[in-house]
Design a binder for this molecule. Structure first.
Ligand code: NAD
Ligand code: UD1
Length: 338
């Protein structure tokens, strides 16, 4: 089976490519490298000993996508191609709506023209909004998002769901990721954010490797056990495995199905710092700062549905996540840059 990874050179896409290739699938990647490097796909090939067909193109470019589908018989698409920086989305909402919505529409149009009926979509826990209480369940209504990035995810879920109502052959799997961290255990691929990291774990890793002075912990006065926010961190290779299972499900079913992918165990920011220091025997300088606008005190997943229907469980613990992050960052202090 041939799987098209739109945005496959990015953090989650590259790890999913490894999992798919290891499981015997053929992989085609299309990426415009707006937030990634061609080196990531080269490393995927090196790691797996398999070839990846790669196209440098924008997923919004319909003619380019038509050519990719004409040259490859695609059985299933995984749509990772999106802009994802929450703060930037507040500054540049139009760019976020244009890129994220347009990539989705273009994929759906070209899939329909080419007879490809299966798509797995990178959604986010952010669609649960501010009012739902943890643990989040797929049966809950989508909520009010606090930023344009979140709204693009919520809108794209709606677009994809609507498409399955109109096209009875279409199969859509919406994967709601919680907080992916970690790296492939080889340390050859990992998360390589451009500029100052927005997310916690890459910031910690860059402090540990000496690229940044210290971590600022955003708030220690939340109503949580230690006053810092709690999240559901999930190892990126567990997430990748969830995609392999989602592809298997998508090709055998029709309509829309939603799955949370999280471990169900919340950890605080201080838990993460302490676990990183202990697992890697390295000090992480930090200070407490004010709360970050839009942060929720805590949320985590109920992933029973993914377990029951996909047969998926998260196998890596927090120590694995911290060790594999550091293995990648210490071997690649500047990320994919030589
Ligand atoms: P990433 O930025 O590393 O990967 C996204 C990839 O898409 C990049 O390689 C980028 O160059 C590419 N891309 C973006 N727009 C494109 C376009 N128009 N044409 C072609 N390529 C394009 O991000 P990631 O962490 O791997 O996330 C993958 C997906 O999962 C995103 O949609 C993101 O919103 C979603 N997601 C991520 C997280 C997370 O914490 N990383 C959490 C929830 C959801
Ligand atoms: C963020 C996004 C969310 C997105 C998710 C995964 C916001 C408001 N939400 O979630 O939409 O789906 O990333 O990409 O940005 N922290 C620090 N110091 C730092 C960085 C983070 O203390 O330098 C704290 C945050 O306050 C938070 C926790 O670490 O409590 C995790 O932060 P982050 O990795 O950004 O993820 P989320 O906030 O859960």
């Amino acid at each position: 089976m041939k799987i098209l990874l739109a945005g496959g050179a990015g953090y989650i896409g590259s790890h999913t490519a490894v999992a798919l290739l290891d499981a015997g699938y053929d992989v085609v990647v299309v990426d415009n490298y707006c937030n990634s490097s061609p080196e990531a796909v080269k490393r995927v090939e090196e790691l797996t000993g398999k070839n990846v067909v790669v196209y440098a193109a924008d997923v919004k470019d319909k003619a380019a996508m038509q050519q990719i589908f004409a040259e490859n018989k695609i059985d299933c698409v995984i749509h990772f191609a999106g802009l994802k920086a929450v703060g930037e989305s507040v500054q540049k909402p139009i760019a976020y709506y244009r890129n994220n919505i347009d990539t989705t529409l273009t994929l759906l149009e070209v899939m329909a023209e080419s007879g490809c009926h299966n798509i797995v979509f990178s959604s986010s826990a952010t669609v649960y909004g501010e009012k739902n209480a943890a643990p989040y369940m797929e049966t809950m209504e989508r909520g009010t998002c606090s930023n344009p990035y979140g709204w693009t995810k919520s809108m794209m879920e709606q677009i994809l769901q609507d498409a399955t109502v109109a096209d009875k052959d279409l199969s859509v799997v919406l994967l709601r990721y919680f907080n992916p961290i970690g790296a492939h255990e080889s340390g050859m691929i990992g998360e390589d954010p451009q500029g100052i990291p927005n997310n916690l774990m890459p910031y910690i890793a860059q402090v540990a490797v000496g690229r940044r002075d210290k971590l600022t912990i955003f708030g220690n006065d939340y109503p949580t056990p230690d006053g810092t926010c709690r999240r559901d961190y999930i190892h990126v290779m567990d997430l990748a495995d969830g995609h392999v299972k989602a592809v298997d499900f998508a090709v055998k079913n029709k309509g829309t199905e939603i799955f949370n992918l999280g471990t169900g165990t919340p950890y605080s920011v201080l838990d993460i710092v302490n676990a990183f220091e202990k697992s890697n025997n390295i000090k992480v300088n930090y200070e407490f700062g004010p709360r970050r606008a839009g942060d929720l005190p805590e949320f985590w997943a109920n992933s029973d549905k993914a377990h029951e229907i996909l047969g998926w469980v998260a196998k890596h613990d927090l120590e694995d996540m911290c060790r594999d992050t550091w293995n990648w960052q210490s071997k690649n202090p500047q990320g994919y840059k030589k």
